[in-house]
Design a protein around this ligand. Structure first.
Ligand SMILES: C[S@@+](CC[C@H](N)C(=O)[O-])C[C@H]1O[C@@H](n2cnc3c(N)ncnc32)[C@H](O)[C@@H]1O
Length: 238
């Protein structure tokens, strides 16, 4: 290679290693360097665990990118700037690199921050996205639930569901998917009960992992400590 390398953002799917796309597999196996996001040095990377069987550390370099929680924007920006510089250094050495993301890279993923920071430093940097199966699609398949059909509307909300936002969405969409639901479950259950929707919700945690759980009696989840890798699908009856 004589030109700078390309960064591939590779979606590895939500857990089942067989849900990696053929393109994702080819890109992963041909990348000279594979970056894996970790919450602290030496920590286990979920994305890496999913595709570990396809990597070959004797032929490719596997490099951790540490992504810590930051309360302040400046700390977060500095972290991404440093990570972006590290990836750009590899590309400048004419190697292609892959960055692993759980699910899809453009769907609530750390890859978005990395790609933004890299483009800020070097607008023409070569970045290619290889889409992955999102947790939503894998969960719907695991449950055997139609997400939306005909002219129905789907809403996706992450995390805290501030103010009246969630109530309004529950009232106005046919299907609502709540990501990062673990920390907000009790409040969510209250809203579902108020609307007679608790029987129309299903909880999926660790979809595609051996410990996958599907819970249709969602009220039984009240007060329980739940896995961060979990979501709730609410489907209004027709
Ligand atoms: C930061 S987002 C990442 C989304 C991911 N990029 C995707 O395409 O699905 C993390 C949230 O996605 C959902 N999630 C990701 N993987 C999951 C899985 N295997 N089972 C259930 N929910 C999952 C959970 O709601 C979790 O809190």
């Amino acid at each position: 290679l004589t030109s700078p390398g390309t960064l591939y953002g590779v979606g590895v799917g939500p857990g089942d290693p067989e849900l990696l796309t053929l393109k994702g597999l080819r890109v992963l196996q041909s990348a000279g360097v594979v970056f894996v996001p970790v919450s602290r040095p030496g920590a286990r990377s979920l994305a890496r665990t999913i595709v570990d069987r396809y990597l070959d550390p004797s032929k490719q370099r596997i490099v951790e990118l540490v992504i810590e929680m930051h309360d302040d924007e400046a700390g977060l920006a500095a972290q991404w700037a440093a990570n972006a510089a590290q990836v750009r250094e590899v590309l400048a050495g004419h190697a292609d690199a892959a960055y692993l993301t759980e699910g899809d890279p453009l769907f609530y993923s750390t890859f978005i921050h990395l790609a933004d920071a890299m483009r800020q430093q070097e607008p023409d940097v070569s970045i290619v996205v290889v889409p992955g199966v999102s947790s939503i699609h894998a969960a719907a398949a695991a449950v055997g639930l139609n997400l939306v059909e005909r002219d129905e509307r789907l809403a996706v909300l992450p995390a805290t569901y501030e103010g009246d936002n969630l109530a309004e969405v529950l009232d106005n969409f046919d299907t609502v998917v709540l990501l990062k639901v673990a920390s907000a479950m009790d409040r969510v259950l209250h809203l579902l009960e108020e609307r007679g929707l608790s029987r129309h919700a299903v909880y999926v945690s660790r979809c595609g992992w051996p410990e996958e759980q599907i819970v249709t009696d969602v009220l039984s989840l009240r007060g329980r400590r739940l896995d961060y890798f979990s979501l709730l699908i609410v489907r209004r009856p027709r």
